[in-house]
Design a protein around this ligand. Sequence first.
Ligand code: GLA
Length: 740
Amino acid sequence: MTIEWSPEAREFHLRNDRVSYIFRVLENGWLGHLYFGAPLAEGRSYAHLVPGEFYGFSNRLGEPVPLEYPSGGAGDYRIPAVAIELPDGSGVLDLRYKSHEAHPGKPEIPGLPSTYVEVGGEAETLEVVLADAVAEIEVRLLYTIYRDRPIVVRGARIVNSGKSPAIVRCAMSASLDLPDSDWELISLSGEWARECHVERLGLRPGRQSVSSTRGASGHQHNPFVVLARPATTEASGEAIGLGLAYSGNFVAEAEVEPFGTTRLRTGINPDGFSWVLESGAEFSTPEAILAHSAGGLDALSDAYHRLFRERLARGSWRDRARPIVINNWEATYFDFDEPKLLAIATAAKEMGIELFVLDDGWFGRRNDDSTSLGDWQVNLTKLPGGLDSLARSVEALGMRFGIWIEPEMVSRSSDLFAEHPDWTIGVPSRPRTEGRNQYVLDMSRPEVVDHLFGVLSAVLGGAPISYVKWDMNRTITEPFSPALPVWRQGEFLHRYILGVYQLYDRLTKAFPGILFESCASGGGRFDAGMLAFAPQAWASDDTDAIERLKIQWGTSLAYPLNSIAAHVSAVPNHQVGRVTPLATRAAVAFFGVFGYELDPTALSAGERAEITDQVAFYKQWRELFQRGRFLRLRSPFEGERDEAAWMTVADDGRSAIAAHYRILSRPNPGPQRLRLRGLDAAAFYRVSIWPSPAEAAGVAARPIVLGGDELMAAGLVLESSRESAGAGDFRARLYVLEAI
Ligand code: GLA
């Protein structure tokens, strides 16, 4: 890993064995982009990659100049990285190179989540200072390159060195000019209960973007996009990833201009955003995480998985095996008392489950979703001994105990709202819009964050609590804070999320032993910002195994398996009414942080025995399921959409588990093969099937031994027509591979 600076060519080259990022100071002082991609040799200039002489405005009006951090107003009509309203009301910026410095390591961003380093020599950071002499604005661009990752992390700090306030209207975390537009934009889009569906569409002239204006990253679009060549598959081809460690309003956008080049940018959504920068003040953007893959989407995902798992997630749970949970939500909803919960926990414990999670409804007068958010005192009618007694009883069974909270919310019918109506987001002269019968607290107010820290610390400190599910069940309407001056209302939604981060930071530091899981009606805020505090997230309220194939496939494009919480629930499924075999439900939920969300006391003896086996199987292979390399084999979004397959492989290639899901049964399908990836071609693997089949085609009911070369080149024989005849829909089969 090096950060090379050539004073003659005025060129920067950030390089490791997997990636190069190159840019230079143009003749007129602007910062011009040259290259991002597979590593190029050091010690050479690449200035010729961008032909032409870039000084004077005419070039800016003509051919597109690739720039590092473009601004508008002086001939570059593409989407800007930065826009600032200056004291004279103008918005023209002319940012020229002033100086630069390189440091070992990586700085933190004040108030914002970020990736980090832990050992010396892991990463280096370059800070390039650009200045506009007339406007007295400085922009400090930060670039971090890790030694062993195909990743460049970017961000910017904007400093007002003038005497009067200026208004930041747009401040992207990164902008990247690419020399062509032969790309497809992949985004993860959807809605509640169908998050992270993969959309892939060729770029065309003009702007194409995904974004949020909801105050949270949202179910609709994830703050993560990929540019892939049309020929790029999971296993091969070029791709560029653009992630953002941010949980509020974001944009991720590509613009193809008339010469066919592409500008890609991501950052805080400028729609509705502004930030007043007083004299001497500075504004930091969230960080953008750029990755390059020459080896397909698998390799791109792998780079993100490792970075997010190892250097974004933090705390005592980062590297630990995550427990198998039983959550009472779909088992009881709001209707429970202590005996009922203990019966669930006892039955779960008998099946080997490790942690009991008490979901919504344990506090205030909360017997439905119309009341009590904000009143974080236990409901003594339901739980006469309080959380402490329940938690101790659960611990006495030999399980850990966790609870659900929704700190950012308040119900109109609550003591908190009666006491502090002004702590609720809204425009004083207008009615507030309710969502799920609740309002959102004004997290931009320090006293609200302080209050929540106080009451939640009392809850978490008052009982042996090992796990917290932090929910957020509505997005923001009427964004306004009476606590902010008129001219700062454009800052509100960013200040809101800074308040959320601050509360997360304080609680995770005060309770370092607790495993936090984030949730926002499922995957409504599943993003890299949240993962810095809560290392796992509830991927979707949709627990149907078949729906989950798509959700987990899409989520895995960016996020590691040990961040994706996935539970087995009862049938008919509560979201879609589908009836799937118990084995299939487990075979999907295994690929993530596994758990159950059903009433085990309502199961038959046969079902309990099956779950006991599932739990034992997951424990045996937990490391592989949570931290193996994930390879997507057959997409539920492609072809006839009636099958899916994926696998996880240990880093040393000695063990792997592949899964094949047959969504709809096919009549007389003929022999089917599935080619695996990531194995050791020279190794022999003992292959066994889970669950043990009554009969099987290519792989017998008892294990057989196959070569890694064969499994990858010829494939695994899945099933024969005879075997699939009459077998029904929604089948799953796992193949466990152990090198011998
Ligand atoms: C949200 C969550 C669910 C559950 C409920 C409780 O919908 O996503 O898992 O916790 O809230 O109200």
